[in-house]
Design a protein around this ligand. Structure first.
Ligand SMILES: Nc1ncnc2c1ncn2[C@@H]1O[C@H](COP(=O)(O)OP(=O)(O)OP(=O)(O)O)[C@@H](O)[C@H]1O
Ligand SMILES: [Mg+2]
Length: 326
């Protein structure tokens, strides 16, 4: 067996060093607390909300708690549930002898180790993750698993931390620039904008427009990141005037970024493709709503064939569990 490093293993060699994490104190505390009582914690939430960023921050905080370290496995590139175990073997640096299958090799490896295994982006290979995690937790008493997924794994004992968008400033009162930056969404926008334009500042005069922009972006970190890139060449005022077409405007040409994070359009497409055909139909019908909506209204507006009765409830349940309807 090759010598194992304690270094967190990363599939994405081009990932820049971990950036500052804004907000998330509650989620960090909650996930750490849950690991005292359970061995599988799943961070769920819609695409771009910050599950991976949170898992990276957690891995740094928890590193010393595990004798055999924290291992980060990125599953975004896997196309089939059948290759999950092999991906883990490769990414944690085990060599796979042809005589032993990958899952068995991992079972033996984790058996007497105290380690945290992070499985990132489980949603599109969920059955494979479910199978592997169940087998590994049964093979070891000390292993802990942190999964990120748009949807829970659905394993007994799993505890879920729902990752929500970043807190946005209130719209009903005018804030000073300092007050504004106490809100994680605004603080992140400022940091990301400054990274591409060192002249960028938030002043008391521009605070109201920044607050409006954060609200418009729903506090979603990926949208904030894409919008901040536009502040390289546009003022906040100009961005707000042009942002009506947020799908066209919020794009990035950065080749080091995962393809589904290069635009809001690609992100939504990735989520849509993970849905069943009835879930896709309900999603299309629900697109007429903005903001909160109750079940009787959903039934009245979307419950036409083939989505009557329990079919509608099943599809809605699917969209909620996949973090599309919050
Ligand atoms: N709290 C935060 N502070 C700073 N940056 C953040 C924060 N949350 C997310 N980001 C950044 O926003 C972008 C999107 O976040 P991330 O990749 O973690 O989303 P995700 O929920 O894992 O999305 P997906 O489901 O598509 O994998 C990343 O570039 C990430 O670094
Ligand atoms: Mg992710």
């Amino acid at each position: 067996m090759p010598e194992m490093g304690r270094q967190v293993s990363r599939a994405r060699a081009l990932t820049p060093p971990a950036a500052e994490l804004f907000g998330r104190q509650r989620e960090l505390a909650s996930a750490r607390e849950l690991f005292t009582a359970t061995r599988l914690v799943t961070l769920t939430g819609p695409g771009g909300v910050g599950k991976t960023a949170l898992s990276e921050a957690l891995s740094a905080k928890l590193d010393r708690a595990f004798r055999d370290g924290v291992w980060f496995v990125e599953l975004g590139a896997q196309r089939s549930s059948d290759t999950v175990a092999e991906a883990v073997v490769t990414q944690i640096g085990l060599s796979a002898p042809a005589s032993v299958d990958a899952e068995e090799q991992l079972r033996r490896h984790v058996a007497d180790r105290s380690m945290l295994l992070i499985l990132d982006n489980c949603e599109h290979v969920l059955p494979g993750c479910r199978r592997l995690v169940s087998a590994l937790l049964a093979a070891s008493t000390e292993l802990r698993v942190l999964a990120t997924s748009r949807e829970p794994l659905g394993i007994r004992g799993e505890r879920v931390v729902a990752v929500r968008p970043l807190e946005i400033p209130p719209n009903h009162r005018v804030l000073t620039a300092d007050e504004l930056c106490e809100y994680p969404a605004a603080a992140m926008l400022k940091a990301r904008a400054k990274a591409v334009n060192d002249q960028f500042e938030i002043t008391d005069r521009t605070a109201a427009e920044i607050a409006q922009l954060c609200t418009y972006l729903d506090g979603m970190p990926l949208a904030i990141e894409l919008a901040a890139m536009r502040l390289r060449s546009l003022s906040v005022h100009e961005l707000l005037t042009h942002i009506d077409d947020r799908f066209a405007l919020l794009t990035s040409g950065d080749p080091t970024v995962a393809p589904h994070h290069r635009s809001l359009d690609a992100l939504v497409r990735w989520s849509y493709d993970l849905c069943s055909s009835t879930e896709q139909l309900l999603w299309e019908r629900m697109a007429v709503f903005s903001g909160s909506v109750d079940l009787p209204t959903i039934r009245a507006v979307c419950g036409l064939p083939p989505l009557q009765g329990t079919k509608l409830l099943d599809a809605l349940d699917g969209l909620v569990s996949k973090s599309i309807v919050l």
